[in-house]
Every structure is written in C-alpha cells, then in structure tokens.
Design a protein. Structure first.
Length: 114
C-alpha cells in the first residue's frame, strides 16, 4: 500500500521516471511480475502496479536496510516511534517532523542536470 501511495504522490509531484526502493526482496519480485501472481496480496500488488501506469516510467529496486534508514535511529524507526507516542500516522508534504529532519537531509539524493 505504501508503494501505491508512493506512485500516487510521485505522479502528483513530477512527471519523470520513479524508482521505488524497498528492503523487502519478495516485494520487488511481486511488483515486477506483471501477470499471473497468485497471492492473497495480488489485489494490493495490482493496485500499486496500476497506479504506476500514471507515471512515464517506474521501477522497483531492493536496497539493504542500512541504506534506507530502517534500522535503529533511522528515518522509519523514528517515524514509527513518533506514531506510537502520538497515536496516529500522517503524511507530510512540504515539511517533516523535527525528529527526522537531519536524517532526511542526510538521506536525500539530489540529482542536478547541467
């Protein structure tokens, strides 16, 4: 469901190729398989694939958990702790919670074209 949301946000924000990164190698395989996937998750996977059709191009890549900030003191960990403290989840479009600002700045990949 996060991949579907990522596709929807990317389509809203930009009209370029999108790369989804995940630490789950089985999810990479599910999203890359365009037909015939048999699972209880097939409807969710199909939704994520279908929302990707609104983009010029997209692909999904496996990254090590250490690279995507999931580990202790990573972005995902800090956001999970925040959600537990305040009892809800949210999405921030133009700002981020103070607890992850420095982590995001360190993790962002800016691509500049000359």
């Amino acid at each position: 469901m996060a991949c579907r949301e990522g596709h929807m946000l990317a389509a809203e924000w930009c009209r370029k190729k999108v790369i989804l990164e995940t630490g789950c190698s089985s999810l990479v395989g599910m999203l890359q398989d365009r037909e015939g996937y048999k699972s209880r998750l097939r409807f969710i996977i199909k939704e994520a694939q279908d929302t990707g059709c609104s983009l010029p191009a997209w692909l999904v890549e496996h990254t090590k958990r250490g690279q995507n900030g999931v580990g202790q003191n990573g972005i995902a960990h800090e956001l999970a702790q925040l959600a537990k403290r305040i009892g809800l989840t949210a999405m921030w479009y133009l700002c981020s919670p103070a607890c992850v600002e420095q982590l995001i700045a360190r993790d962002c990949n800016f691509i500049f074209k000359m």
